[in-house]
Design a binder for this molecule. Structure first.
Ligand SMILES: [Zn+2]
Length: 130
């Protein structure tokens, strides 16, 4: 299963009936971000297939950025069960839908944005995060 980014944006634009206004799109995008976050947290708090053990990330001045990166932790333990994985993928898809809708409303091209960001990441690498 593959997807062309520009085709995705075209399809979302054609299906955007109820939320055509940029105001509706912005609020739906915000709402959808919350729903995605909730799905992630419910995997830990309701299902229990993953656990989140957050601790302070330790950086050493005696190590390079790359060496420090290896010591960083996602704080996620375990693997998503099929049900939680499906729910999170669904919520991420909805988020992409509203992001593509925002691009269309503002006459921006999602594929160009991704390509520009990818070039930026390739150029700056780990230093992009600083
Ligand atoms: Zn689960």
């Amino acid at each position: 299963m593959s997807c062309e980014c520009s085709e995705f944006q075209n399809i979302t634009g054609n299906l955007q009936l109820l939320n055509k206004s940029i105001l509706d799109i912005v609020t739906k995008l915000d709402e959808q971000t919350s729903m995605l976050n909730r799905a992630v947290f419910k995997s830990a708090t309701h299902c229990g297939c993953i656990e989140i053990h957050a601790t302070k990330q330790l950086f050493s001045d005696n190590k390079t950025l790359e060496e420090n990166q290896l010591d960083l932790d996602s704080h996620v333990e375990g693997e998503l069960c099929p049900k939680c994985k499906e729910k999170i993928i669904e919520e991420m898809g909805e988020l992409l839908f509203y992001l593509a809708s925002m691009c269309s409303a503002l006459n921006l091209d999602l594929e160009t944005i991704m390509a520009t960001k990818m070039d930026h990441l390739k150029t700056l690498g780990i230093y992009n995060l600083l």
